[in-house]
Design a protein around this ligand. Structure first.
Ligand code: SF4
Length: 442
């Protein structure tokens, strides 16, 4: 959490970071700092948000908030959008700088309404100092008000481009769950506050296909160009035993087939799951998959075993890396896109003791993976209050910027395509949880 000292000094810190990282776009610096602290909202800003699209359970595996819903006293968790899109302001931010909403009522960053427009501000001597203007929040699409035959709202099934088809993870409890992850708690809390009402722990193939067709076929043309999804991710917790009587591969491939059949070939289809053998991933590709995010989460081998004990027990770091590299032969460069939760490798007492050590680990990891055609996806760690790492200090903003720069330098060096369907560039990237894809010309 921010200290009083931090709260008074974010703009000064940003300007100091601009000087240190003069080769990095300002958008990257600003975005990583906002992600690190999360955002507070004034009542005026929350009221504006009620007329637009707010966060729903539909897409997110994790809460990505710095507080639990009951700690956000003004109902923020239900009243904010999925992400903010910043422009202009003090630092002339380019494009639509997309930043995930990470609710934190104590953040030095506050969204407020200023002369009829929304601005991201900084707390300043009891007032608020505007930093960057926000693009208008996203409009409410038609499918938002639609329901399936069993009464489940469409917007709980898919959030535009992301479907969490299995809402829990079979790595269960402290000896199995990844320590940064709150998936099982997030589903439980979402049920408690009534935003997750789908009765079973997973969404049926028919439900997901029906909603995908509505979003990508029936109403796609009716939405403004800037608000049309161009890709779809199928995600969910790990299946280590069986679900619906099916092992993981058979469970997930039904969604790939059904969605591809409904949305046609135009749109990119991604899946997040454990790593596959070449034979296994070939079956997914033939079913219509374009990219596979097989999230290793932590590059350092010893820290992986500590932070991801379930993944280590079931597959292990060596086998995970071997399969990821093998998948490139089937999916091609840019088609294997493992996520890494950047920052949790500095958690104490087991993590790296210095930022330099952690940066070195990722420099080596990115180089190894990209040399083999794997394009990693950094995800800036959000210390969630219901994860096993709750209460840990978030690493300094400088760390995240150095990781983004290390990623970009190696991505250029190895002359790779973007991961999956990403776009790369400041204010062009659509990825809200990290700024590596916002790298480009400063
Ligand atoms: S495998 Fe780990 S990160 Fe993925 S959902 Fe399960 S506990 Fe969370």
């Amino acid at each position: 959490m921010a200290t009083q000292h931090d709260i008074k000094s974010r703009r000064a810190e940003l300007e100091a970071l601009f000087k240190v990282f003069s080769d990095v776009p300002r958008e990257v610096v600003v975005k990583e700092d906002i992600l690190r602290y999360g955002q507070a909202f004034t009542e005026a800003a929350l009221k504006v948000g009620e007329h637009y699209r707010t966060k729903t359970y539909g897409g997110w595996l994790f809460s990505f908030d710095r507080v639990t819903p009951d700690q956000a006293k003004h109902g923020e968790v239900n009243r904010v959008p999925d992400y903010l899109e910043l422009k202009g302001g003090l630092y002339g931010l380019r494009g639509r700088l997309r930043v995930r909403c990470r609710v934190n009522p104590d953040s030095p960053y506050v969204v407020d309404q200023v002369e009829g427009k929304l601005w991201l501000c900084e707390r300043d001597n009891g007032g608020l100092a505007p930093i960057a203007e926000l693009w208008e929040y996203r409009p409410v699409p038609r499918y938002w008000s639609m329901k399936l035959a069993d009464g489940s709202p469409y917007n709980q099934v898919i959030r535009d481009d992301f479907a969490t088809v299995f809402m829990y993870c079979q790595h269960w409890g402290p000896d199995e769950e990844c320590r940064f992850c709150d998936i099982n708690e997030n589903a439980r809390m979402s049920r408690e506050r009534g935003v997750l009402t789908i009765p079973r722990p997973f969404k049926s193939v028919e439900q997901v296909a029906e909603v995908a067709e509505e979003i990508f076929v029936r109403e796609w043309d009716e939405r403004p160009e800037y608000d049309r999804p161009h890709n779809m991710t199928i995600s969910g917790g790990a299946i280590t035993n069986k679900l619906e009587g099916l092992p993981e591969n058979e469970f997930y491939i039904r969604y790939v087939r059904a969605i591809r059949e409904k949305i046609g070939q135009r749109f990119h289809l991604n899946m997040q799951s454990g790593p596959k053998s070449k034979e296994e991933i070939r079956v997914f590709k033939e079913a219509g998959l374009d990219s596979h995010s097989t999230n290793l989460e932590v590059w350092d081998k010893e820290l992986f075993a500590i932070i991801c004990p379930g993944k280590q027990r079931v597959i292990g770091w060596d086998e995970w890396v071997r399969r990821m590299v093998g998948e490139v032969e089937v999916m091609g460069e840019g088609g294997v896109t493992p996520g890494f939760v950047i920052g949790c490798e500095l958690a104490q007492p087991f993590g790296f003791k210095t930022v330099d050590e952690a940066v070195k680990s990722y420099e080596e990891g990115f180089d190894f993976l990209m040399a083999h055609g794997v394009v990693p996806r950094p995800i800036s760690w959000c210390v969630e209050p219901r994860s096993a790492l709750a209460g840990q200090e978030t690493p300094p903003t400088e760390y995240f910027i150095r990781i983004d720069r290390a990623w970009y330098e190696r991505w250029i060096k190895h002359r790779l395509p973007p991961p999956g369907s990403y776009k790369i560039g400041p204010g062009i990237s659509e990825y809200p949880n990290n700024a590596a894809a916002d790298m480009g010309h400063p």
